[in-house]
Write a protein that binds this ligand. Sequence first.
Ligand code: PHE
Length: 342
Amino acid sequence: MTSATEFKKSVEQIRKEALQEIKGANELGSLDQVRIKYLGRKGSITSLLKGLKDFSEKERPVLGQLSNQLKGNLELALSTRMKELEVAVGQEGEFFDYTLPGRGGWQGKHHPITQVNDRVTEIFYGMGFEIARGPDVETDYYNFSALNFPPDHPARDMQDTFYIKDDLLLRTHTSPVQVRVFEKRKPPVKIIAPGRCYRNEAINARSFCTFHQVEGFYVDTDVTFADLKGVLSAFVWELFGKDVSLRFRASFFPFTEPSAEVDISCVICGGKGCGVCKQKGWLEILGAGMIDPEVFKAVGYDPEVYSGYAFGLGIERIAMLKYRIDDIRLFFENDLRFLRQF
Ligand code: PHE
């Protein structure tokens, strides 16, 4: 039978040896051997605890506490070392199946708005339109005055237009490109002008503070409304298919006379009436008209000699119909889960 002093000595001895062995274990297997040696059913600590019963009631609690401290000590050291070894295994030795097929890289794609814009541009390009561009930051003159907007026209109101300075603003439509082209060129001009526009409108599922338009215009000596109908019909049939019909509804724009809004039969329900067309069977897709003589006068074209048509269509609107998207904001959030679908 051992004395209390001897018992304490062997507790310290076990602690020293065990901690050294735990530190020295270089793989999970040998670490487990150390655990069994000390904490296993026949381990040194287990037999130490079993030996407690031979001590007096006075000595037992003190020695018991010492043994339990040792046990806790070693358990902690073991789990710490185990974590270290697990990390190392994960880094180097983990089994890896080299025959698994690779994940494949992400391939970049064009944004759906770019795709629709390119498609629309391509269709008009195929019908002989040249491509022109104008600046996003415009002057009041190009965005409004030269397009025959009276000085007090509500569209100039602060509510619709983002003003930078008194005379400088973010263009609210692509129509100013008409004026810029007319100033530089003599007819015939047959042009499409794609670009971004901005309006200070309440943001919701149907309208956003920025959007894209494609402007189209053709000026020559005898351009008629029939030419406009022809070119727009050809465009719609190319984009949405031959069974879609067009409807020209009388409308108003300061820079065209006569003016029209153009509807197509609903591409979702075929004209029967559904949620998308609000039971009307028709969807508005663009504004158009014959260029007003006032615009020609502003750029020095003789309205007695020349006539022309213009139209402006919204890219988001067309993309929403083409891909059945019900919220315009999705185009601007750049959520990859949305964008990867196109
Ligand atoms: N600029 C007009 C708009 O943004 C559309 C339009 C363009 C109308 C050309 C007629 C001619 O609402």
